[in-house]
Design a protein around this ligand. Structure first.
Ligand SMILES: Cc1cc2nc3c(=O)[nH]c(=O)nc-3n(C[C@H](O)[C@H](O)[C@H](O)COP(=O)(O)O)c2cc1C
Length: 233
């Protein structure tokens, strides 16, 4: 497994020694297996063997994906970092072809609704993680709102939240990122800051404020992106 950079603040926050395995989650039939190399597994040490060895943080990759693009990115992140992975399911599933649910999705996005999560992990599972990657498709200029429901279900104070999106175009990337940052106000974020949101109340029209937000694009871009964020050395 590749080493990844330990963000300085995480040195201070590695308190949870329980594994962040999703195995405690309710069964939904779509559970993601824990990576055997995940910190907290039986073989993986939580603490450094020597003072010189960096502390390895506990990382969870939580994602929602309807058509598989975000899932592919999430799986690659988990593979590269040896992290646990968890697929967020909507309590009321979307159509197999989510474009058939476009009206529902637009309504949820434009009105900031919070559709239920069908498989919320227990609080301890999320609490045990120091770093939470959270992935979503960009849906009607916003994250899939079920991802916001997921994030607001937990105390994420002091955790590092690393959002990632897949999309058809980056036109609303900043709007989507801003929403994730807004619903996790007590977390640290990577990247630490976003471009200025030129018109925060407007999620319906593009504002050309999306440049400079690092994103993997697809699974092949994950390692480059992790380097860009400073997570991989
Ligand atoms: C209903 C709907 C709305 C979408 N809205 C946007 C959008 O506003 N901006 C965008 O760039 N892509 C949009 N897309 C495209 C998805 O973001 C893109 O296909 C994404 O990679 C799908 O991720 P998934 O395969 O993980 O579900 C939309 C797709 C659907 C189904």
């Amino acid at each position: 497994m590749k080493k990844f950079l330990i963000i300085p603040l995480l040195f201070l926050s590695v308190t949870a020694m329980a594994a962040c395995s999703p195995s405690d989650t309710p069964e939904t039939g779509t559970e993601q297996p824990a990576n055997p190399e995940q910190p907290g597994g039986e073989d993986a040490p939580d603490k450094p063997d020597s003072p010189d060895e960096p502390v390895r943080t506990k990382t969870l990759v939580a994602y929602f994906s309807a058509q598989g693009h975000t899932q592919a990115v999430a799986e690659r992140i988990a593979e590269v970092l040896g992290a646990d992975i968890f697929r967020i399911e909507a309590a009321e599933p979307y159509a197999e072809n989510p474009y058939d649910d476009s009206n529902r999705i637009q309504n949820e996005a434009y009105n900031g609704l919070r559709p239920g999560v069908g498989n919320l992990p227990d609080a301890e599972t999320v609490a045990a993680c120091d770093t939470l990657f959270v992935g979503s498709p960009c849906w009607w200029h916003q994250p899939a709102m079920v991802v916001c429901t997921f994030l607001e279900s937990y105390d994420l104070k002091g955790k590092v939240v690393v959002p990632f999106f897949t999309y058809g175009a980056t036109t609303y990337l900043n709007e989507s990122m801003q929403t994730i940052y807004r619903v996790t106000p007590e977390s640290e974020h990577l990247p630490a800051t976003l471009p200025e949101d030129l018109d925060p109340d407007n999620i319906r029209e593009p504002q050309s404020d999306d440049a400079g937000i690092p994103m993997p694009g697809n699974a092949n871009g994950v390692e480059r992106w992790l380097h860009e964020l400073g997570i991989l050395q």
